[in-house]
Design a protein around this ligand. Structure first.
Ligand code: SIN
Length: 489
């Protein structure tokens, strides 16, 4: 068996590794030759580079997507669906290589990277089928001689701005419904994790997605964001990332009245009620907190445990956290890989220090160990004043807070301006009904910490965003309704 070191950069299909971008069906670098390096977060080594495009090159990509829009939107829906299905098959055929690229640029354990490819590919498969189900409507008229129709048309040229934490799945859940609807698209992946995005486009091209339908722009995020938001050609932007940047994009999109889908910050609560099954509660907490090393908008940030089950839960959860292995994502034994960068590690350390200064105690783990390595950590006795109850930690630090009554638990869960995901564990139908109705959140997981799949509407309320991704509702985000009143019949 190859060693971890030799396996690190190896791809079976070497054509997937690109250092240029696809615009209008042509792979090209920046005319200036400017590049941005891509770093392996575990070794700190440079593992690739991408073009740092100039403004006129971004405008060129917008023009290419505009030219491609009319022919693509007039394609038979069945044909668009067939191309998406072919793309899905190619993605799954290259699952291992794509997963390696993600581990290389993001650091996540290879087993999680493989799962992300399957999760991301499922959006392509789902919308390949949905392309053929974009139906209109007739409405009974109120006066004779009229036919009232509702047709659904693609929004136009769209842009997707995506984060580094799920570099593949966050793209496919925007691209697949856009293309199924008949929109064309520009994608701007995070500069930390562009390699898997470029590989996805290699496969899209191989699947036969026509030139200009899907284009990728890389470079200075603020410059590209300003061009995309200001452009009257771009009719919609879909963004996954922080609430702060989402609000800026929203403000900058206002003058051109764009449609927006914003999947923003989380700060998810997990409530463990006294009547929860303890094994299920531990499993839920493990997944809700430590999936993707806690670097997820749906990660449980605040774990509220009712007094009767508190001590048993903290002990058993602590044992599981202590047993997790921190290391190289390419090592099959690794549960928690490196965090994306030093700022990510520093934030986890700050939240830990702050929780301790407010009286919390370490049950497992502790401070970072140099590099990007932040150990899986559990603290109990966290005060509601601690930063980790207020803002996303985005790392493998779990904080437990004790509560007394069901109403208090629900009140604490809702004590946040965010409302993306929430979780709770209970075996009582009455508690389940009360909590699932009482919690202010776009998504609720009951007795599970894993709620994400392509077939459900993913999205938040309050400051966690606008719109939904995945499911048939995710397709609506890329369709406009046209009402047609046909009189004189
Ligand atoms: C996210 O962290 O933004 C998305 C996570 C998911 O899709 O499960």
């Amino acid at each position: 068996m190859a060693s971890v070191a030799t396996m690190r950069g190896h791809l079976t299909n070497s054509s997937l590794l690109r250092s240029d971008v696809l615009i209008d069906g042509k792979w090209k670098g920046a005319a200036s030759g400017a590049k941005i390096d891509v770093e392996d977060p575990f070794t700190g080594q440079i593992v690739g580079s991408i073009p740092s495009l100039a403004a006129d090159e971004v405008h060129g990509a917008i023009a290419a997507a505009e030219t491609a829009f009319i022919p693509w939107s007039r394609e038979m829906n069945r044909h668009r669906g067939a191309l998406l299905r072919r793309w899905y098959e190619l993605v799954m055929a290259n699952q291992e290589d794509l997963a390696r690229l993600i581990t290389l640029e993001n650091g996540k354990p290879l087993k999680e990277a493989r799962a992300e490819i399957a999760y991301g590919a499922a959006f392509i498969e789902y919308y390949a089928d949905e392309a053929g189900r974009i139906f209109g409507e007739t409405i009974p008229p109120l006066v004779p001689g009229r036919q009232l129709l509702v047709e659904r048309e693609p929004v136009g040229v769209c842009a997707a701005i995506t984060p580094w934490n799920f570099p593949m799945a966050m793209l496919t859940r925007k691209i697949a419904p856009a293309l199924a609807a008949g929109c064309t698209m520009l994608i701007k992946p995070a500069s930390q994790t562009p390699l898997s995005a470029l590989a996805l486009l290699v496969l899209a091209e191989e699947a036969g997605i026509p030139a200009g339908v899907l284009n990728i722009v890389t470079g200075k995020a603020s410059m590209i964001g300003d061009i995309l938001t200001a452009s009257p050609v771009i009719r919609k932007i879909s963004f996954t990332g922080s609430t702060e940047i989402g609000a800026q994009l929203m403000a900058k999109s206002a003058p051109t009245i764009k449609r927006l889908s914003l999947e923003l910050g989380g700060n998810a609560p997990l409530l463990i009620f006294d009547d929860a099954d303890i094994d299920l509660a531990i499993e839920t907490a493990m997944v809700a907190k430590f999936r993707n090393s806690g670097q997820s908008c749906v990660a449980a940030n605040r774990i509220y445990v009712q007094r009767g089950i508190h001590d048993t839960f903290v002990k058993a959860f602590g044992d599981r956290v202590r047993a997790m292995s921190l290391g190289d994502g390419f090592d099959p034994a690794t549960d928690i890989g490196p965090l994306i960068d030093e700022a990510g590690v520093a934030k986890v350390d700050e939240h830990l220090e702050d929780a301790l200064s407010h009286g919390a105690e370490i049950v497992a783990g502790g401070k970072s160990q140099g590099g990007h390595m932040s150990p899986p950590t559990l603290v109990s006795g966290v005060s509601s004043k601690a930063a980790l109850t207020r803002e996303e930690t985005f790392g493998p630090l779990a904080g437990v807070i004790q509560f007394e009554t069901i109403d208090e638990g629900i009140r604490l869960a809702n004590d946040t301006p965010f409302g993306l995901a929430a979780y709770f564990c209970s075996s009582s139908p009455a508690t389940i009904a009360k909590a699932s109705r009482g919690i202010e959140s776009g998504m609720v997981g009951i007795n599970t910490g894993l709620i994400s799949t392509a077939v459900v509407p993913f999205g938040g309320v309050k400051m966690s965003g606008l719109g939904r991704e995945g499911s048939r509702y995710g397709l609506d985000e890329y369709l406009n309704m046209k009402y047609i009143c046909h009189a004189g019949l």
